[in-house]
Design a protein. Structure first.
Length: 132
């Protein structure tokens, strides 16, 4: 009887060890890589600079951490309105500051995410940025 019990116990230990190995080292499998997609909200933006008669012209794209842009296309008018509001709120001193690009990008991304109640806008890229 004991001779029959030993192979069964060994088999049970091997099965349990294999299951633990699988759970520890293969849980979730390989992580899915993040897909970044660029979304253009339109050709360009022209706004007046806060408190001046200067104009700002910029062309930009939004960088999304998803490849699904259907919701962005449907909300394009709200996206453009949000971007214009952010651009119009920036004063000339901020625009002329060397480090302004990153802070304005963050303000635009945060504002669009808040307006659309999403978190997919992770960056903003400028194609041009001119103050006249």
């Amino acid at each position: 009887m004991k001779k029959k019990l030993i192979p069964i116990l060994i088999a049970a230990v091997v099965v349990v060890a294999g299951a633990l190995y699988f759970l520890v080292f293969n849980s979730g499998g390989a992580e899915k890589p993040v897909v970044y997609t660029e979304y253009s909200p339109g050709e360009f933006f022209v706004t007046n600079v806060d408190g001046t008669t200067n104009l700002l012209k910029t062309t930009l794209v939004l960088v999304l951490d998803t490849d699904e842009t259907g919701g962005m296309t449907a909300a394009n008018t709200r996206i453009r309105d949000t971007i214009i509001a952010v651009l119009r709120s920036i004063d000339l001193d901020t625009l002329l500051d060397v480090d302004m690009a990153d802070s304005v990008k963050k303000r635009i991304a945060d504002a669009v995410n808040a307006r659309l109640e999403i978190t997919n806008v992770v960056d903003v890229l400028y194609n041009d940025f001119v103050v006249q």
